[in-house]
Structure formats: structure tokens, C-alpha cells
Write a protein that binds this ligand. Structure first.
Ligand SMILES: NC(=O)c1ccc[n+]([C@@H]2O[C@H](COP(=O)([O-])OP(=O)(O)OC[C@H]3O[C@@H](n4cnc5c(N)ncnc54)[C@H](O)[C@@H]3O)[C@@H](O)[C@H]2O)c1
Length: 321
């Protein structure tokens, strides 16, 4: 049997590979729009990994590729990690979220139906909750009113998965992530700040006034939680879990100071005036993790520890490339 990872050359998916390749044949599908083959280099000699450059929003081609994979090795699980991870790009051009976040979900689900693949694991996001004005967002919160196209297309994708679970999927497990940090970083606040500071070592411009406060989860904890829930045995066939650290998060100003201290000590930090970094940014976000913690899973790192570790890791990553 095989596992298919859609968007498998991206940041989070690459971190799943170490786990999957131990005893499975893994097919990675990615159009390389934001991911990179460089991240798969360390597996170049692993006969269990096959990379296929592929556009997942193409219905016919996706059905064809899934058919070919299933003929080689029956598909047991599909992980959908592809999306437009650039929220700002989607504010300017909503069709990017429509294509990379929503249509990919639609095409993958139909391709799974064709081959009879029945287990689907989805990278959803805290963005589906919109601005809860500081109230903890729990899996039973509603109405869900996202404030970015990115969040809207994630929520619409959850709807499709839910419906597919009624008709042909055995498992439709939706994981709602907060900000995830670690390497190989492809985007995100730490990545952006370090890159800016490398270009101008004396000053750092920060989007927003620095008071935005959010949870940050290290990718190692995220991967641990996703696999724990997959194997937990007590999830419903259609289920959704918030995954995050157990704290109130850290402020953007703390991240900016950590980056400056690590990359260019003494650089001046210039904040904006708005409490939002960009359209669709939620100033304060807090997660309810009761459902996740009740399963017995616990994160190893707090938001602050995850940020500090990721600042170190991403500094090294960006020095290498
Ligand atoms: N990183 C975070 O903080 C975070 C938070 C919440 C949710 N998520 C979700 O987790 C998943 C992985 O995120 P990531 O941070 O690794 O992002 P990423 O951009 O590094 O990975 C996404 C991958 O999908 C690929 N892709 C995008 N559109 C595609 C298409 N149409 N066809 C084929 N491949 C396509 C990209 O090339 C990339 O390799 C995404 O669904 C993202 O929305 C991430």
C-alpha cells in the first residue's frame, strides 16, 4: 500500500516524510510553485519515495495520476497539504486561493473516489474562524466567518471533505493549525523578518504595531499530533481538531526582538500603526485545545520556545541557501 502526499514538497509535508518513509511507499505530488525539490534531496536515494511534478487543480490529470499510482500500489491514505500558503497574495488575487486551496481539494477527492481510496487527512487552518475578538476558538464555535480568502477556501474545503465522508470516504480528518514554525521555511513571519534583516542589517520594518498575538506551534509538535490523531482509534469518520500549543501565544514584537538579537543585534525595529499586519490578519487569536488534550496528546514546546527554536533553525537555513 502507499501514501500520497499532495503538496509534498512544501514545508510541513517534508516533515511528515521522515515518519512515512520508515515503512511505506510514498508518492509526493507537487507543482513546485512554493515547495522545492531541494527539500527532498535528502531522500534522493530512498527507493520508497517517488516525486511527481503535478498540478493538483487539474481534474482529469489528477484522476489519471491517482489511477497510475493506485495501479503500482493501492493508495491507503491521502494527505492534502497543498494550498496557497501566501495569505496576502490571495487578498490581491482571490483566484489563487480558489485554485490552489479549494480546487485542489475538489480534484483530489474525486480522484480518490475513482480509485476507491478512503482515508483523507487535511491541513486546515485557524483562519477558518475569522476574527473571534479574543474569544477562544473551539471546534464547536460558530458561525464560522473567515476574514481572508485563504480562510474562506479552507472552510469551503472542509465542507467538501465532510460531504465526501458521507458518501465515499471512511475517514475525513481535518486538522486546524495555528502558525506553524520550523524548517524548511517557505513563508511566514519569522522567515520574512529574517530575510528583511539580511537585506538591511540596521533597520527592520514590521507590518502592524507589533501587538498582534498568536499561537505558534513547532512543526515537530504538529507532525506528532497529526500522526497521534490518525492512530488514536477514537476519532469519528468525519472529525476536526484544533492543534496548537497550550498558551496564549506570543506578540509579534517578541518575535521581532528575537530575530534582531539572533541575526543583527542592535538593529532598530520600526513598527506600523495598525493592530493588523495586513487585510485578513487577526490581531489576537486564541485556540481552545480541550478536544485535543482530552485525547492525551500534549505539545512539547510552548509558543515562545517554538519561536526561539525556529528563529535559530531558519537563520541557519537562510545562511545556507
Ligand atoms: N505553515 C503554516 O503556518 C500553516 C498554518 C495553517 C495551515 N497550513 C496549511 O498546511 C499546508 C502546508 O503548508 P506549508 O506551510 O507547508 O506551505 P507550503 O507552501 O510550504 O506547502 C504547500 C505546497 O503545496 C504546493 N502546491 C500549492 N498549490 C499547488 C497546486 N495547485 N498543485 C500542486 N501543488 C501545489 C506548493 O508548491 C507547496 O510545496 C497548507 O495547506 C497550508 O494552508 C499551514
Amino acid at each position: 500500500v502507499s501514501i500520497v502526499i499532495c503538496g509534498g514538497a512544501g514545508f510541513i509535508a517534508v516533515n511528515l516524510l521522515d515518519e512515512f518513509l520508515q515503512d511505506n511507499q510514498v508518492f509526493v505530488l507537487d507543482n513546485l510553485s512554493r515547495g522545492s525539490l531541494v527539500y527532498l534531496n535528502k531522500y534522493a536515494d530512498n527507493p520508497n519515495l517517488k516525486f511527481i511534478e503535478h498540478e493538483l487543480s487539474d481534474l482529469d490529470q489528477t484522476a489519471k495520476v491517482f489511477g497510475e499510482i493506485n495501479d503500482i500500489s493501492s493508495i491507503s491514505e491521502v494527505w492534502h497539504m497543498a494550498a496557497n500558503s501566501d495569505i496576502l497574495a490571495g487578498v490581491e488575487s482571490p483566484e489563487i486561493d480558489l485554485r490552489d486551496t479549494f480546487l485542489t481539494t475538489h480534484c483530489i477527492l474525486l480522484a480518490m473516489k475513482n480509485v476507491g481510496a478512503k482515508k483523507f487527512y487535511f491541513a486546515s487552518s485557524s483562519a477558518i474562524y475569522g476574527d473571534m475578538e479574543g474569544k477562544p476558538a473551539s471546534e464547536s464555535s460558530g458561525p464560522l466567518l473567515p476574514i481572508s480568502n485563504y480562510g474562506a477556501m479552507k472552510l469551503a474545503s472542509e465542507g467538501l471533505i465532510s460531504a465526501a465522508t458521507e458518501s465515499f470516504l471512511d475517514i475525513g480528518l481535518m486538522y486546524r493549525f495555528p502558525n506553524v514554525v520550523g524548517v524548511p521555511a517557505t513563508h511566514g513571519v519569522i522567515f520574512d523578518l529574517i530575510r528583511k534583516l539580511k537585506n538591511n542589517q540596521s533597520e527592520l520594518e514590521v507590518l502592524g504595531d507589533g501587538t498582534q498575538q498568536k499561537s505558534y506551534l513547532h512543526v515537530s509538535d504538529l507532525v506528532g499530533a497529526m500522526l497521534y490523531l490518525r492512530d488514536y482509534g477514537k476519532v469519528n469518520s468525519r472529525d476536526v481538531f484544533n492543534i496548537g500549543p497550550v498558551d496564549d501565544g506570543v506578540r509579534v514584537s517578541t518575535i521581532a526582538e528575537t530575530v534582531v538579537n539572533r541575526v543583527s543585534p542592535g538593529a532598530k525595529i520600526n513598527y506600523g500603526t495598525s493592530d493588523r499586519g495586513w487585510v485578513g490578519d487577526v490581531p489576537k487569536f486564541s485556540y481552545s485545545l480541550d478536544k485535543l488534550l482530552a485525547t492525551g496528546w500534549k505539545p512539547k514546546l510552548s509558543s515562545l520556545e517554538a519561536v526561539k527554536l525556529a528563529v535559530d533553525e531558519i537563520s541557519v537555513q537562510l545562511a545556507e541557501f
